[in-house]
Design a protein around this ligand. Structure first.
Ligand code: PLP
Length: 287
């Protein structure tokens, strides 16, 4: 397996980073997770736009043009002879001294990993997942903008730990006002009386690429879909609930805080959107 590291392709065993890298010391950097479906790098433009926007927001200069980075990513996939894959793009602040001031870091570090995809088990899509709301809150947008996909994922890890402790598959994260925001690494949608709702990202959710693709698809297929704040109560009484994300694609939620959602099975709208989504994954992107 070949990994791209700031200018060269190195073997997996040799792909190591300095302990002085501020990505390691402070979580100072940004990243993307991208999928390749039958050679198509799904929504590559959208992922790169989000990466560059995240980097700009934290004043991290990515030392490559978007076009160059696009080519590096495509070449990493080709070198590893992958048709279906998961790509991780990481840009860290680079190596500096032990102080947290980023000005000691002269060279941001780019790493691109492409590997065979470990798919979620099929049973999970058939059965649906269970959620528990957690006590950790999504940080306020004026603290760390939720649009920034930074390397600092401790909050997401804490909510995952809480979900594990509750014995469920995924966490339901709220913001400090109690509005539903997202899961640990996925966006949330509910369906009620034929209308699909998802929280506005300003409440504290990442603007997911899959989320946006689902909004577009739902509109195209004639569903009523709105970005609207909602609480746990609305999730409990929804007809359907589903999560979206690069890894999960579209996955039904069948239980939330021990309340059964709808009839306890993946719903028709969820299944319809999943099948429509899978149709575009091999075409909408970079070949
Ligand atoms: N929310 C968070 C916190 C995430 O890390 C992710 C994963 O990337 C998502 C949502 C889903 O976003 P996307 O559909 O772009 O993968």
């Amino acid at each position: 397996q070949w990994i791209y590291m700031s200018g060269e392709y190195v073997k997996k065993e040799e792909a190591v980073v300095s302990v002085y890298d501020h990505g390691f010391l402070y979580g100072d950097g940004v990243f993307e997770g991208i999928r390749v479906y039958e050679g198509n790098i799904f929504k590559l433009d959208e992922h790169l736009n989000r990466l560059y926007d995240s980097a700009k927001s934290i004043m991290l200069q990515i030392p490559y043009s978007k076009e160059d980075l696009e080519e590096i990513i495509a070449e990493t996939v080709r070198r590893n002879q992958l048709e279906t894959a998961y790509i991780r793009v990481v840009v860290s602040r680079g190596s500096g001294n032990l102080g947290l001031d980023p000005s000691s870091c002269a060279n941001p570090r780019l790493v691109v990993i492409a590997e065979a995809l470990a798919l979620f088990p099929k049973e999970l899509y058939e059965r649906g997942v269970r959620l528990a709301s957690v006590s950790s809150r999504r940080n306020r947008p004026d603290v760390l903008p939720p649009q920034v996909k930074s390397l600092n994922y401790l909050n997401n890890i804490l909510v995952k730990l809480e979900a594990n402790q509750a014995g469920v598959d995924e966490a339901l994260m709220l913001n400090d006002q109690g509005y539903v925001t997202e899961g640990s690494a996925d966006n949330i949608f509910i369906v009620k009386n034929g209308t699909i709702l998802t929280p506005p990202t300003y409440l504290g959710a990442l603007e997911g690429i899959t989320r946006n693709a689902i909004i577009d698809l739902a509109e195209e297929k004639g569903y009523k879909i709105k970005e609207q704040p909602f609480t746990r109560h609305d999730v409990y009484v929804a007809d359907e609930v589903f999560l979206t994300g690069t890894a999960a694609e579209v996955i039904a939620v069948v239980e939330v805080d021990q309340r059964v959602v709808g009839d306890g099975k993946p719903g028709v709208v969820t299944n319809h959107l999943l099948s429509e989504f899978r149709k575009v994954t091999t075409t909408d992107g970079y070949k």
